[in-house]
Design a protein around this ligand. Structure first.
Ligand code: PNS
Length: 159
């Protein structure tokens, strides 16, 4: 059984994330979407909300589970017997952000490799941050997030 972990803050989960998760689910036997707190970011959605939005989004894939991540990602992945961390790359800037983490995670857990999947061109401009900005100004985000995430964004910004 080959297990991969798809980590992130998922604030909120987008079609870009889902494309990477879906492709990982075809490449690996089991995928764990790990929803982490990123200390460098102030999230819009609570950890519980992000977890629930992600759970609903991946419900159609029987080999994908969603968990909260705590502590070191490398330790989280090794504890679950994962052989890979799967991340999407949209650009060189993403690579510059991800490469040091990949090297550090490899030092922390040599048995867990980082695998980068190139974002599909139609998703390369989607980010949770931009989706929040557009939704916060009342823009249409239906092309970027599933309907239940769009509804959650509307509820958040209606307050
Ligand atoms: O979606 P994000 O915010 O880019 O995801 C970043 C995340 C959660 C993958 C990263 O912050 C992380 O790995 N956090 C877990 C703590 C950890 O292991 N830090 C050391 C990374 S080398």
């Amino acid at each position: 059984m080959r297990t991969a972990v798809c980590p992130g803050s998922f604030d909120p989960i987008t079609y870009g994330h889902l494309d990477v998760i879906g492709r990982a689910a075809r490449l690996f036997d089991r995928v764990i979407v790990a929803v982490f707190q990123n200390p460098g970011k102030q999230p819009l959605f609570s950890l519980e909300e992000r977890l629930e939005l992600a759970r609903q989004a991946v419900a159609e894939w029987p080999n994908v589970a969603v968990e909260t991540g705590e502590g070191l990602l490398a330790r989280f992945a090794a504890a679950r017997g994962a052989c890979a961390l799967v991340k999407g790359l949209r650009s060189g800037a993403d690579f510059d952000y991800e490469a040091p983490m990949a090297h550090m995670n490899a030092r922390l857990a040599a048995e867990v490799d980082t695998v980068f999947l190139a974002a599909r061109p139609e998703h390369a401009f989607i980010s949770s941050s931009l989706v929040k900005e557009v939704a916060g100004h009342g823009g249409d985000v239906r092309a970027f997030v599933p309907p239940h995430v769009e509804a959650a964004l509307k509820r958040k910004y209606a307050r």
